[in-house]
Write a protein that binds this ligand. Structure first.
Ligand SMILES: [Zn+2]
Length: 340
């Protein structure tokens, strides 16, 4: 049974009469309520037409296609799967999204360059997960996560250096690093981008494919949590949440390029409050590059070609995000000088 509770708080609706815009999304746990925005309002802001075929809401324009499931948190933006923070809700007969999902995910993904002013991409820190006495996941045939993650990270670094980026690793040997030290290493490099690289494992051996995580916005459960999950931690706002929009755009480009280059199942851009994401000093994402617990993913991960394809996908995601950043910042920002 779903613990989900979607309460439409209609206080004030009668007095002001603008029904959908005033409805609020909240959870039984008392999570911070979020305003609802009608899908029609989002569509008109982006110049899109709305239709509701079957169990989805479709927003369509000349170059944009957004499909939102009416039954959960899954959506697709130009065919790339993403996970919203909350399912769409009906208010006064109209489909709505939370303000967070509309303004931090859907609208920015349709015009990314408008949201990336002031961001950079010159310095990239790659973080191969686990290492040393933290073995991470392993496969039946003996592949171990820290070793595969390091191999992929080294390949990404080489590709980025070829493209003119400054690229660093948090570790270049099999050694243990505390989770909260990893973002600090990125801060020490004055990183513009931080990418933690992992391999997945699941109890079900059928699970396979690639997923990308970015930090969950305050007031909502993470993608792995049920909607309306009763946790006071959902309400914490981390300093890294100031970059929610850029994180969502970055995660989108990473996932799109990674799953395409690796020709892998698209498990979408998801949200989580992993330590390396909530402590990140810059735009950040964590990629899960396949399941060591799945026989087909394991077989592919054993080959140089597949690990190289994964690295190519990550590098292409960074490069595509970089193009959007350059469109947002046509002239290089002035160098800041400090006195004394
Ligand atoms: Zn891991």
């Amino acid at each position: 049974m779903k613990r989900c509770s979607l309460w439409l708080v209609i206080l004030g609706l009668l007095s002001l009469g603008a029904a959908p815009a005033l409805a609020l999304w909240t959870t039984r746990s008392g999570a911070r309520p979020d305003r609802l925005i009608t899908i029609r309002e989002i569509a008109s802001r982006c110049g899109l037409e709305v239709s509701t075929p079957g169990k989805k809401i479709v927003l369509r324009g000349q170059t944009a296609l957004v499909e939102i499931s009416t039954e959960g948190r899954e959506a697709r933006v130009n065919a790339q799967q993403i996970w919203l923070h909350a399912p769409p809700a009906r208010s006064w007969g109209r489909w709505c999204l939370t303000e967070t999902d509309a303004q931090k995910i859907i609208v920015p993904l349709l015009s990314p360059a408008s949201y990336l002013r002031g961001y950079g991409t010159a310095v990239v820190v790659l973080d191969p997960g686990h290492g040393g006495n933290d073995p991470g996941a392993s496969s039946r045939r003996g592949l171990i996560e820290p070793r595969i993650a390091l191999d992929i990270a080294k390949r990404v670094r080489a590709k980025l250096i070829n493209e003119g980026f400054h690229a660093y690793l948090t570790r270049d040997v099999d050694r243990f690093i505390e989770l909260d030290t990893r973002p600090r290493l990125a801060a020490a490099r004055h990183a513009d981008l931080f990418i933690s690289i992992h391999l997945n494992a699941a109890a079900s051996r059928d699970s396979h494919g690639i997923e990308t995580y970015v930090l969950t916005s305050p007031g909502f459960p993470s993608t792995s949590g049920s909607n309306g999950e009763n946790s006071s931690k959902n309400n914490i706002c981390f300093p890294a949440n100031a970059r929610d929009v850029a994180n969502n755009i970055f995660g989108y480009y990473l996932q799109k390029n990674l799953r395409t280059a690796a020709q892998a199942e698209d498990r979408g851009v998801r949200h989580a409050r992993f330590v390396v994401l909530k402590e990140a000093p810059c735009v950040a994402a964590l990629v899960e590059c396949g399941f060591l617990s799945n026989a087909a993913d394991e077989r592919r991960l054993m080959t140089d070609e597949h690990r190289d394809a994964i690295a190519t996908g990550i590098a292409k995601g960074i490069i595509e995000y970089g193009r959007a950043v350059r469109r947002a910042n046509p002239a290089p920002p002035p160098t800041q000088k400090t006195n004394g």
